[in-house]
Design a protein around this ligand. Structure first.
Ligand code: URA
Length: 455
């Protein structure tokens, strides 16, 4: 990414003038955006000014050029990770907009590493109904998310991947702006989202990126049209930045896989890396990974890439990389081995007496499973949080016993609820009862493909 030639000493530029310009729908120059970002990071702006500028950006929108400038200025607001030159074409990452049961990163990163790529994955925590990759990994006793640059390099060298948290030094502008966006109703703007995501990915020093934009009832983007607006912005901005990016729009109406909850999702991820994972998880890992392998030139076609990914899930090589990554990120080697061998005994789970099965009230075919309600119930059981300061419980969550299109029988269990109290909370039981729709007349429902399109 070429550096900008001229920048303005931020405090000399009047923020009031910049807010006024954006408020009136005029395009901000690179230097003006640099000044805004500098004010943000240096603490020379009043909170109300940051809120006003974010609202002006949200309402007026950001042009592609403004989005590129914002991304570059945010990226350069802190440290930019630099890796050995010989890795350049192999450095990749994936970002997901978040869904229910979305444990793809836990499987994808080690599988890509097993296929020879380098994956410096800086991940985040969950909020509301979506789970966070870091929360899931922290259910593994000893797993450290904050690592020094030397440690990160060593892990990338040996394990081929790390999944770590964002240090205070990486894209500090995003931390400052995101906090304000969260409380000023300015999160959903496509330009601001693009700047926020791409600045972090560019600061990781990756060459290729796959974005997984979730679409559906259990995702932030409810329609393909809405998702396409964000996808187009990301693709256009990436092109100008010189970041090789593809966007996959993927279905998120229900739940990915069968398990929701932190430990439970690590368990299901290990099953996937043993070649025993559910079809939707395997398909998504193979598809996203197949694209990345082809984008890096490791394989000629996406199909060839998918086959390579599939092999890594079945021959134990992805699991081996996962084990090495865990050990290098602080997990005792004997615990890491146990997580791979028998995750149920290695991870925190609730006692059997706190697992309650809910029974189907009729026989038929599962016409729909409401992922949003299931995600919110898991959050309320303690698997998620509403604010970043809230503590989560790694042991709780749910295990689905059926998916959409499956047959169910009256009186047979369709979901297991893993709860922290001695009995299942009544409100959770009631809401879950309403989350399954059974059609008594339906013979079968064809499964919809998980990947809607790749852009
Ligand atoms: N995820 C991010 O990292 N930033 C956004 O703005 C939205 C989602």
């Amino acid at each position: 990414m070429p550096p900008e030639t001229s920048t303005v000493a931020a405090p000399e530029v009047s923020l009031v003038h910049l807010i006024e310009k954006k408020r009136d729908g005029k395009e901000l120059t690179h230097n003006e955006i640099q000044a805004f970002v500098d004010h943000t990071v240096k603490g020379t702006a009043q909170d109300c000014q940051l809120g006003a500028m974010l609202m002006a950006m949200h309402l007026q929108g950001l042009t592609d050029q403004e989005t590129v400038s914002l991304t570059k200025c945010m990226m350069n607001s802190g440290e930019v990770l630099v890796w050995p030159k010989e890795w350049k074409s192999l450095l990749v990452d994936k970002h997901s907009t978040g869904g229910v049961g979305d444990k793809i990163s836990l499987v994808l990163a080690p599988a890509l590493a097993a296929c020879g790529l380098k994956v410096p994955m800086i991940s985040g925590r969950g909020l509301d109904f979506t789970g966070g990759t870091l929360d899931k990994l922290e259910s593994i006793p000893g797993y450290r998310i904050l690592l020094s640059k030397d440690e990160l390099t060593q892990i990338l060298s040996k394990a081929g991947c790390f999944i770590a948290g964002q240090s205070a030094n990486l894209v500090p502008a995003d931390m400052e702006l995101y906090k304000r966006r969260d409380v000023t109703a300015t999160v959903p703007n496509p330009g601001l989202i693009t700047g926020s995501i791409l600045s972090k990915k560019a600061a990781e020093g990756v060459t290729s990126l796959i974005m997984d934009i979730k679409v559906g009832k259990a995702a932030f983007k409810k329609t393909v049209e809405e998702a396409e607006i964000l996808a187009t912005k990301i693709v256009n901005t990436s092109k100008i930045l010189g970041l090789n990016t593809r966007v996959a729009l993927t279905r998120m109406d229900s739940v990915l896989g069968y398990y929701v909850g932190n430990s439970l999702e690590v368990i299901e991820s290990v099953q996937s890396m043993k070649g025993e994972g559910p079809e939707d998880i395997d398909t998504l890992v193979e598809d996203l990974g197949g694209n990345l392998l082809q984008m890096c030139g490791v394989v000629k076609t996406v199909e060839e890439g998918k086959q390579k990914m599939k092999k890594s899930l079945h021959d134990g090589s992805a699991l081996k990389h996962f084990q090495t990554m865990m050990t290098m990120q602080g997990v005792d080697p004997s615990v890491a081995a146990k997580v791979c061998d028998d995750p149920w005994s290695a991870l925190p789970t609730v006692p059997k007496s706190q697992v309650t099965s809910l029974m189907s009230e009729k026989s038929g075919v599962v016409a729909s499973l409401d992922g949003l309600t299931i995600g919110k119930c898991c959050r309320d059981l303690g698997a998620g949080r509403m604010t970043f300061s809230q503590k989560i419980n790694p042991s709780v969550g749910v295990r689905l016993l059926v998916k959409e299109g499956d047959k169910v029988e009256s009186g047979k269990p369709w979901i297991e609820v893993h709860h922290s109290q001695s009995i299942i909370p009544e409100s959770v039981r009631e809401r879950l009862k309403g989350a399954i729709m059974i059609d008594e007349n339906m013979k079968a429902v064809p499964k919809k493909p998980i990947v809607i399109k790749v852009m």
